[in-house]
Design a protein around this ligand. Sequence first.
Ligand code: SF4
Length: 323
Amino acid sequence: MGMIKVTIDGIEIEVEEGTTILNAARQVGGKIVPPAMCYYSSLKGSGGKCRTCLVRVAAGSTKDPRPMPKLVASCSTPVMDGMIVENTSNQEVLDARKSIVEMLLINHPLDCPVCDQAGECSLQDLGYEHGLAKTRYEFKRRTFENTDIGEHVKLHMNRCILCYRCVYTADQISEGRCHGVIGRGDHAEISTYLEKSIDNDFSGNVIDVCPVGALTDRTFRFKSRVWFTNPMNISRKCENPKCCGKAVAWMSENNILRITARKDENNEVKEFICNTCRFEKKEITDWTVEGPRHIERNSVISQNHYELKPKHNFKVLENTAKQ
Ligand code: SF4
């Protein structure tokens, strides 16, 4: 595949043909990367639903430099040679993003003080950056009872933004998906089929991919705020051939409060873990501790200076792991 040139917010880069605008921006990193609530690079078919990654194409290509008439979803629009893209440099894009956040928050409650996802929630970050102090919405909101969908996962449907990530995860990395989106429009909701529960070896991964606090870990509920915990890279030889055996332990002193898969700077899991590693191996002696985990993400969670003052007193085997 040939390389083509694209300019995003004044920065020119060369990327492979077929790369989307979002992935081209991710190759540069930093402020020019549009936010994404539904796109997830390791899940096929994801993207194109939340509209938070809208950008303006000021010039379509060298051959046809006309601007695109409307804002486009950067997660599903491929770059063309000579394309000029505006993200944070364009006020129209910022205004559109503000409106999208306002729309996502119509039904999503602002219950961050009691939500386990607070501190690592993509919608909380977006709301902080683009949200309005007040809502203009005057109608009745959709409300649901919280439900246990399986032994390990709690569903807070009120917080769901219908990004479909959990559905793609269940479809693509676990066998026998038994949950999905039922209903349409304002009646659409995540639900298990016919009162079934989600119980397969990889069901816990839906918690990691959920961008908000709609799917939470029942073994971690209300135990701590994430920014009070010390994340450590841990690994073990897992018997499950589909499990990578590499995880993050979120610790308080020497106790593991929860285990998650490792996320990159875009808040995405590239290698998934099984439920045995996630929910059953909660003793530090079950794992090899590689060292403190560096959190690259720009969110509340990165504000803790745990890397300078680790509180654990067990032996760290390697201190080089960054991701
Ligand atoms: S439960 Fe979470 S991951 Fe699933 S659709 Fe709702 S917001 Fe997305």
